[in-house]
Design a protein around this ligand. Sequence first.
Ligand SMILES: Cc1cc2nc3c(=O)[nH]c(=O)nc-3n(C[C@H](O)[C@H](O)[C@H](O)COP(=O)(O)OP(=O)(O)OC[C@H]3O[C@@H](n4cnc5c(N)ncnc54)[C@H](O)[C@@H]3O)c2cc1C
Length: 407
Amino acid sequence: MKVVIIGAGIGGCTLALALSKMDIEYVLLEQAAAFQEVGAGIQISPNGVQILEQLGLGQVLPTFCTEPDFHKYSVWDSGETVLKTPLMPLVREAYGHAYYHAHRADLIDALTAGLDQGRLQMNTKVLSVSQDETCARVTCQSGEVIEADLVIGADGIHSIVREQWFRADPPRESGYVTWRGVVDADAISHLDIPVSAYVDMGPRLSFVYYFVSGGKKFNWLALGQTDDPKRESWSQTASQEEIIKAFDGWYDRPRQVIEATPEIFVTALHDREALSTWVADRIALMGDAAHAMLPYHAQGAVQSMEDAWVLARTLALHGDDPLDALKRYEGLRYDRANLIVQQSRNAEGWYHVDTPAEIEARNARFRITNEKLDGGFSPQQHWLYSYDAERAAQGTDDDWRALRAWS
Ligand SMILES: Cc1cc2nc3c(=O)[nH]c(=O)nc-3n(C[C@H](O)[C@H](O)[C@H](O)COP(=O)(O)OP(=O)(O)OC[C@H]3O[C@@H](n4cnc5c(N)ncnc54)[C@H](O)[C@@H]3O)c2cc1C
């Protein structure tokens, strides 16, 4: 069996590594001429770390990741933490794998170091995908045509595979943007910020931040609204003044962090409406191409890793009928990924409530939850973290499937 993967993002690279492990032939096509550093952090929950470890990255991850102790949800004006849920070391004890914070460039380096370079074609933009009863074909900008048994669109939120074979609708604008920056940890050492995962929640504005690069760098995101139209792009820059103005009336920490940041980027946030299917015979979608989501649960890349593992294992287990294997993959992954898309939209609402009454009600709810959990995991954390992609692919995860998904 031969598989063409379109797109060498986190999802496509994870799939390529997983297929190598299963001895399945593949070629990985990427339009960019080289892997470029994206100056941003990424949270990797244990359901993703498990997959990276299965792919042989277990030794390298601790060399560049940090291990946050808690998720801390705090109030914008006083800085009071109203909800604190555990991360490390409890996550490892409970789920067998760490919760990590990483710089994206380090993660991409670790993923691509393991790729078979002979099967990776950079500078290869795919223009179209077609299929008949015998094979699927991709046509590249260079004129090259590549045939395979299956084509997987791992080509991100603007996927041409999605557009050509599933639905040609535009991404959905959330109305929010994220300003973001990475700053040397030394530049903010006077703030004495513990190694946690933070969300500060204010009216129509939140501030998410954590250490990356083994504690040498500090990553932040401010999620808010702006009158200027912004693009869905990782390279658009913004001024300090533009964003600091938005933090008028807040407690000091966000402003101090932003002032220490040399370069600030801004990205308009989009997700996608759910597709009715991700599979058309020999062609399938994964990652953001299948289920682009807002970043509020920090699961987009992790879900692409879960897709990759389940897809590779399903092809290995049911490779005698690859079309059926694709349908099985979809059946195993569709509900979970789409529910997280929906819950990430809901989170945008409760992060950003803006009337004093709504803010007080949300904070009161969080304080009660904090007391009830008493240092334990929330049901949502448990549902996210206890997913085992290997057991899902084997069909032996009835206990996880029996969990109440989200309340
Ligand atoms: C602000 C923000 C914060 C986030 N934080 C987190 C987090 O903490 N944790 C988490 O898990 N997720 C997070 N995410 C989500 C995560 O970034 C994405 O879900 C993830 O990167 C998607 O990976 P992908 O491989 O599916 O797509 P992409 O990363 O978009 O990769 C697609 C690849 O396909 C290539 N490509 C596209 N079209 C073609 C073509 N025609 N031919 C060839 N190649 C092509 C592209 O060049 C690209 O390399 C965040 C997202 C945002 C916006």
